[in-house]
Design a protein around this ligand. Sequence first.
Ligand code: PMP
Length: 318
Amino acid sequence: MQAEVNENIVVFFGNQYVPLAEARVSILTHALNYGTGVFDGVRGYWDEKQHELFLVRPEDHFVRWKTNCGILRLDVPLTAAELSEVTAELIRRNRFRTNVYVRPLAYKAAQRIGVIPDDRDAFAVMVVPFGDYLDSREGLHAGVVSWRRLEDNAIPGRAKICGAYVNSALASDEARRNGFDEAIFLNESGHVAEGATCNIFLVKNGKLVTPPGTENILEGITRDCVMELARRELNMEVTERPVDRSELYVCDEVFFTGTAVEVAPVVEVDHRPVKSGVIGPVARQLRRLYYEATRGYLAHYQHWLMRVYHPAIVGKAA
Ligand code: PMP
């Protein structure tokens, strides 16, 4: 659990840089009452040796966010490049020299009763100091929950729609109360979809498998990074296909990916050890590669990163 945020940090709200304490919305706000917002999540990593803070694929996150805002007909008037620059400026103004999490949030802002949304849209960008989301150093215990992943025809899971996260909150709550670290969702067709806040991969016979975008998952940017790292650095075949629940019990490795969880190995599913119940070699290597790539240590992945404090150093491996 992360600590409560200091009210003096500067956020971008109403097109201005203001202290968090001044970024207030009305209790009648449409999005608060009906869940009509879309958010995203971006990580920034501070590297002490280089005295640099690296934002991980900020433009890709902002493009996804703006595109998904379109599902709710929410308009964000800045470009992805401008939003990345706002984010870097927030980090500089707050003088953050630590790992951070960026939360862009667009929402229906009308103050009235009635579910029909209109065009009164607003958005904000917040950056907060952020440590580990889950402690996965020894591997996680995950459990399939009784809640099903929401259907595309009800609330599209491919967008980070605020109201849709009731589904993830219910799943996380059930998993934690049942003694697991993280939930695994099945979808209505009974296939494995994803975790409550992360994508899922399994390894079988040296091949990587993950559910495709049509299985009611959020197509994660970390998922995309990991597929590229597996193909390019580990020479692995990666297949996107429907996954049965029992495949999780008989495979060689399971791990989650996500901006918050990063690459998180799973050593037990539904009280069954994954293989021998310890972190496997593929998850271990991908976790290390992802760590190095997101701190600027791998030359080939520099284009994933935006340097906040020394933007002039472009594409130079540390
Ligand atoms: N699935 C869900 C439901 C999520 O909330 C997240 C977190 N954004 C992910 C997957 C992982 O996506 P990403 O790697 O882009 O953070």
